[in-house]
Design a binder for this molecule. Structure first.
Ligand SMILES: CC(C)(COP(=O)(O)OP(=O)(O)OC[C@H]1O[C@@H](n2cnc3c(N)ncnc32)[C@H](O)[C@@H]1OP(=O)(O)O)[C@@H](O)C(=O)NCCC(=O)NCCS
Length: 182
């Protein structure tokens, strides 16, 4: 079994989506074959370009981190991907390494509902904090994390990934969850 079903998004979220979407389920990727791996790599490259994760980055995340996928049960198209690792210094904390929704589904609430499902799942695993970094110019993602979920900006690291990559360092304490959508 490559994908372990964790939860499904509420019906009212699915009903409002463009297109003929029957259901959307959140899966934990437990294993893969070459087609599934290729689809995950392509999903990231289409969104992040050269900064997307290749097979050499993704496989260790599947094997040793947690990779969540959002998709319809009967379809192969990936609608969302969330990649998480454990924080070495703070063992109650996980780090959201990559987070994205397929571009043709942006702005319909999936970024919010998928992340909420992922947070609830890692919470069930015993984590109580989530960290991430986000580009200071990524207004959409910042709004989602900060205003809709409750992440705090802890710091701004200039040139975090090299020149011109200024990143906000964000943290979410699960005791301060502040979901702003139904
Ligand atoms: C960031 C991302 C995951 C948001 O997904 P989404 O499905 O479009 O988000 P939602 O529709 O759930 O939006 C949630 C809230 O965030 C805000 N938001 C999302 N994208 C926005 C944008 N481009 N501009 C302004 N606000 C935006 C909306 O205000 C929305 O709140 P609302 O209900 O008040 O309108 C998606 O744009 C994406 O995959 N981007 C490319 C990858 C990326 O940048 N990932 C983050 C890396 S750290």
């Amino acid at each position: 079994m490559y994908l372990e079903e964790k939860t499904k998004l509420p019906k009212k979220v699915i009903q409002n989506l463009d297109g003929d979407i029957e259901n959307l389920k959140v899966y934990l990727v437990q294993d893969y074959n070459s087609n599934l791996l290729k689809r995950m790599v392509n999903f990231g490259v289409n969104i992040f370009g050269d900064l997307g994760m290749d097979e050499w980055g993704l496989v260790p995340q599947i094997r040793h981190g947690n990779v969540y996928m959002l998709r319809e049960e009967s379809k192969k198209k990936i609608i969302g991907l969330a990649i998480l690792m454990r924080d070495w210094e703070d063992t109650d904390k996980c780090y959201l390494f990559d987070y994205a929704i397929a571009p043709d589904f942006h702005g319909q609430g999936l970024g919010f509902h998928f992340l909420k499902a992922v947070i609830e799942n890692v919470k069930d695993q015993g984590f109580n904090k989530m960290g991430l970094t986000v580009d200071v110019d990524n207004a959409g993602a910042i709004k989602l994390y900060k205003d809709k979920i409750g992440f705090e900006i802890l710091d701004m690291n200039k040139d975090e990934y090299g020149e011109g990559h200024d990143r906000y360092i964000m943290n979410l304490d699960f005791n301060n969850l502040n979901y702003k959508k139904n």
